[in-house]
Ligand binder design. Sequence first.
Ligand code: ZN
Ligand code: ZN
Length: 335
Amino acid sequence: MRSVYSPRLLNGPFGDPAFYVRLAHRSEALLFDCGELRRLPTREALKISTVFISHAHIDHMVGFDTLLRSFLYHDRTLLVYGPAGIADQIRGRLSGYTWNLTDGYPLVLIVREWDNGPGREVTFRAANAFLPEGEQLWDGAGDLLLASDYLQVRALALDHGGIVSLAFALQEPLHVAIHKDALERYGYRQGVWLVGFKDLLRSGAAADTLLDVPLVDGGKIVLGLGELQAQIAHTERGMKIVYVTDVAPTTANQEMIAVFARDAHLLAIEAVFPHAEFPRALERNHLTAQIAGELGRRAGAARLLTFHHSPRYQDQPELLTAEAMAAFSSNDASA
Ligand SMILES: [Zn+2]
Ligand SMILES: [Zn+2]
């Protein structure tokens, strides 16, 4: 499958969690957790449309001010999702600065809390000194935080030592693959019109919806959506990326993660300690590398990416990844 999402860990496996996912062919990115962001170029920061915060421990929020700094002069609305309480925590961050000269600034932050159901939504506008306003109840559809023709993001609440840490699943509703050889055969020009074509298919538009198709030799022809699909495209299950971090290694958490991450194309999951340190993992409410790998295998994930490695293992940089990968690729069903 041609990847529609380009994910990367901004701070590597040992740094603060910040998982940046760029959406192919769109000037848009999503950010999962807000760890240190100073290395993210402003031009890439400004692609971020939505930020998903797992929980507000400092290693997951410390980059928020850097992000705000990048957005401050821009006419943008930044959407932030997090667990219950996140709106007050962001309010606290914002109230730590003086905002007497931002009257004309158009930036708007909308913060939505998710707590296994409807949650608070609070708006903060630069033009209003980022004072909280417009508080209302935001009613998500079950666990669905965000939905458009080209992406869905769902949340799962997990236990992290008595607080909630949210896991997130980013999924393409339907994957549309374009046959490049067919494009050439018909003489259709490649270009941004294909993004619109894919969006129409994903939105379930009628087969007789008419489209302008640009030709390599110049000019265009008009075709029905169904006819064009038969010529140049096929559809398959959409790409799924799951992000899991800061969760206690309890049976209850593991059961929920294995279901939530079912058939993911990529499971990005914390692997903080080696399994030999399981008592420490339990005490610190984090997963071991072996458990991370086992969860990937149980979920049937195609790829595993581990992060949030404890700095204690920095002198053995491959140790945790290797342990996770061994458990991930193990054939021992009893493991
Ligand atoms: Zn953490
Ligand atoms: Zn934490």
